[in-house]
Design a protein around this ligand. Sequence first.
Ligand code: DX5
Ligand code: ZN
Length: 226
Amino acid sequence: MDVRILPSLLAADFGCLADGCRRAETAGGDALHLDIMDGHFVPNLSFGGDVVAMARRATRLPLNVHLMMEQPDRYVDRFVDAGAATVLIHIEASCPVADVLAAIRRRGAACGVTLKPGTPAAAVAPLLGLVDEVLVMTVEPGYGGQAFMAGMLPKLATIRRAANALGRRELTLMVDGGIDVATAALCAAQGANAFVAGSSLFRLADMGAGVRAMRAAAAASLRTEP
Ligand code: DX5
Ligand code: ZN
């Protein structure tokens, strides 16, 4: 199974977001992660579809769009049409989650489901056959630069084992929040294979070295049968 590193645009300089997209590509990121916050599902606001469309023009990287929205069903078409390769919605959102995941695929993108820290692994079990990616939040969503929650590690192992038991060994299991070289390795040891990283990568003068170090650490620790 491949390790994938996704720089998060939330940590880029908002004065030159297109440069941030290009930095992620030049650094060797596998995809660009974009955080959409609606001020309801999370207290913060970030950016919307126009920024996703800008990113589509600025980089060839696949766009991985994380909707922290109370009603993502109202917007998924907009984000797929703006160029998202993958759209992730929250299992805690106020919408028929399975139907919205199917709608994302019908519109032409891959789909994923995301769990806040307080949501147990068991909640995602009925959806494992319907998604390309499961994203386990390792901080409370809403802000970059927060500390990694080690209490999420058992959740990763539980979800990886459940996916394996269903024959979904190729499922992408992603983590987001407080991810750096050390915490990426901890998550990989519990079955995570995709790593969203904002501040730990964008603050580096040499983001490429950071991506390579994170990829090497995760690959060395990756256990897909945790
Ligand atoms: C947080 C976002 C993250 C954020 C991570 O709600 O979902 O994608 O960019 O930022 P860091 O890596 O700084 O914790
Ligand atoms: Zn995110």
